[in-house]
Ligand binder design. Structure first.
Ligand code: S3P
Length: 183
């Protein structure tokens, strides 16, 4: 098992980029706790993401998502955090991530992929109501709106289009290990 550093590993990227799948495997491989902001929100209020959007609206979901992100970042023991695709929409979330990164409390990996790749992976995404109407249009709009934010926040970028999940996991683990000598 790799030695944990004192720095969280945060995965960012659009829906379908593999944050949850890769994050869970990286956590298992490195002996870290895994945090997934969607799962934290669901556990917090006892409703699925889709139900929260339908019953309470997106702004309430974003409020709960903010609390989940801040809660995960505040944990002292270094973990692996899958930050849902929309966390970058909030100024406060971007500031929190940037501060954690700049203070050495987080390494942020952007799992980057082309929109066609992402669309092929999210067809059965039940927790993604934003893709209900027109997935291709919605995904392109999210890509256009958010790409710069992911880019600006990232400590490292892993382009996943041509990589197997195991190779993405290895690339992310190497980011953790590179960081361990500096902290
Ligand atoms: C969203 C991404 C989803 C989920 C919700 C909204 C977004 O999480 O939080 O459907 O706005 O990008 P994943 O990125 O884990 O799919």
């Amino acid at each position: 098992m790799n030695q944990p550093s004192s720095t969280h590993l945060v995965l960012i990227g659009l829906m379908g980029s593999g944050k949850t799948t890769i994050g869970r495997r990286v956590a298992a491989q490195t002996g870290r706790h895994f945090y997934d902001t969607d799962a934290m929100v669901e556990a917090d209020c006892g409703l699925k993401v889709r139900q929260i959007f339908a019953q309470w609206g997106e702004p309430e979901f974003r409020r709960l998502e903010h609390i989940a992100l801040i809660t995960a970042l505040a944990v002292k023991e270094p973990g692996v955090i899958a930050a849902a695709g929309g966390v970058v929409l909030s100024d406060q979330n971007r500031e929190a991530l940037q501060t954690a990164r700049d203070e050495g409390r987080a390494r942020i990996v952007w799992l980057k992929a082309q929109t066609a790749t992402l669309l092929s992976r999210v067809q059965n995404g039940v927790h993604r109501p934003l893709l209900d109407a027109n997935p291709a249009v919605a995904m392109q709009a999210m890509h256009d709106q958010r790409t710069q934010w992911y880019q600006d926040l990232a400590t490292a970028v892993v382009s996943t289009d041509e990589l197997s999940a195991s190779r993405v996991v290895a690339a992310v683990v190497s980011v953790i290990n590179e960081g361990s000598s500096h902290v």
